[in-house]
Design a binder for this molecule. Structure first.
Ligand code: 5GP
Ligand code: MN
Length: 339
């Protein structure tokens, strides 16, 4: 199915009244930033709009404008189910498959509301009535910016909405270090800064608010848990439940850890394995043309982007690591290329 235009989405909005914005499980800065920017915009335009994430977002995102309106499915189940049932238009923001709503998936699937996707992940699922799915952008926040402008909302981009969009862009590009070889990303950033936001302050709010435990967990991950396989141009880190508990792990504390494994010279594939209740959460990152989206889809039933993808594994932590290491010889040629 080909993309719709933002004008078509704006047209559909005019015919619907109860709007629900949803984003993906384990929400990151782009998921929350783009959802809250869209929420702020629609609220200011007078819509009856709500915004919901499947599970809690990390505390380093709680400063965001409109955050007090963000609902969490696991924490406010009854209200979220009611809002899903009542919505006549449901936005899917920054994810490509309704399965990424976790426990909320079934409720959204059965809803008769129009389903509208705005996202930048590859291979969007088939369950959307309207979609704008573009992978050649830094972030979904950038698409929300385009949507606001193309639906004639330029004057609505004030400091609050700009801060949400800016946070989405910096978190999905690692502060303009990947997924950002697009001139337009910088043009948008320039416009946002000229709207009066303090980009340096936003950067500090997102990146310089570690707890002591979080920083020590990072230190432990790098000094004790990093495994480097130079022959496979691969590095990985695994964290057991007990290790995470030792550092009083909270949502978001391991955000960015996998990128350190990728920062080693000639390492083109990095993975982080985290043991949670009954499931192993995997994060993959890569350099250059090596697609962790494909690796993740093929072997772990996950997905994402070419250079950043995730998955869940339902075998033990050690079995998951063994499975990953056994796969590497199949990819040795592709992983050898120097980027
Ligand atoms: P992270 O490793 O930070 O959790 O995720 C990296 C990227 O892959 C993000 O864009 C995230 O939305 C996506 N992603 C993470 N887990 C999954 C998954 O299980 N399925 C799919 N389709 N995408 C995922
Ligand atoms: Mn994103």
């Amino acid at each position: 199915m080909k993309n719709n235009s933002f004008k078509e989405i704006a047209g559909a909005l005019k015919q619907h009244h109860r709007i629900l914005i949803t984003t993906h499980t384990n929400p990151d800065g782009d998921a929350i930033g783009s959802s809250l920017a869209l929420y702020g915009y629609l609220k200011r335009k007078g819509y009856d709009v709500h915004v919901m994430a499947p599970d809690p977002d990390p505390t380093f995102l709680h400063w965001m404008p409109f955050h007090e309106h963000l609902l969490c499915f696991t924490q406010d189940r009854e209200k979220c189910i009611r809002l899903i049932d009542e919505a006549d238009l449901i936005f899917s923001i920054d994810y490509n498959d309704l399965g990424r709503l976790e426990e909320a998936t079934g409720y959204v699937r059965r809803s008769n509301g129009m389903k509208v996707l705005i996202d930048h992940h590859v291979q969007p699922g088939p369950e959307f009535n309207l979609k704008v799915s573009i992978k050649e952008v830094s972030s979904t926040a950038e698409l929300i910016y385009d949507f606001i402008l193309e639906s004639g909302g330029n004057e609505f981009i004030d400091k609050d909405i700009a801060a949400c969009i800016y946070a989405g862009i910096i978190t999905d590009t690692g502060s303009f270090s990947y997924s950002c070889n697009y001139p337009k990303t910088y043009e948008i950033a320039a416009h946002l800064i000229s709207s009066g936001i303090d980009g340096e302050h936003i950067h500090r709010l997102v990146y310089d608010t570690y707890s002591e435990d979080r920083l020590r967990l990072l230190g432990f991950s790098l000094s004790d848990k990093l495994v480097v396989l130079p022959g496979s141009n691969t590095a990985f880190i695994s964290l057991s439940k007990a290790e995470l508990e030792k550092f009083h792990h909270e949502v978001g504390d391991t955000e960015g850890v996998v990128n350190y494994a990728l920062s080693i010279k000639d390492i083109n594939l990095a993975a982080l394995f985290m043991e949670r209740e009954g499931v192993i959460k995997i994060s993959f990152r890569s350099k250059g043309n090596f697609s962790v989206n494909e690796l993740s889809r093929k072997h772990f039933n996950g997905g994402g982007h070419r250079n950043a993808a995730g998955a869940y594994s339902y075998i033990s932590l050690q079995e998951t690591i063994d499975k990953f290491v056994r796969l590497l010889p199949d990819y040795s040629e592709a992983l050898k290329i120097v980027y």
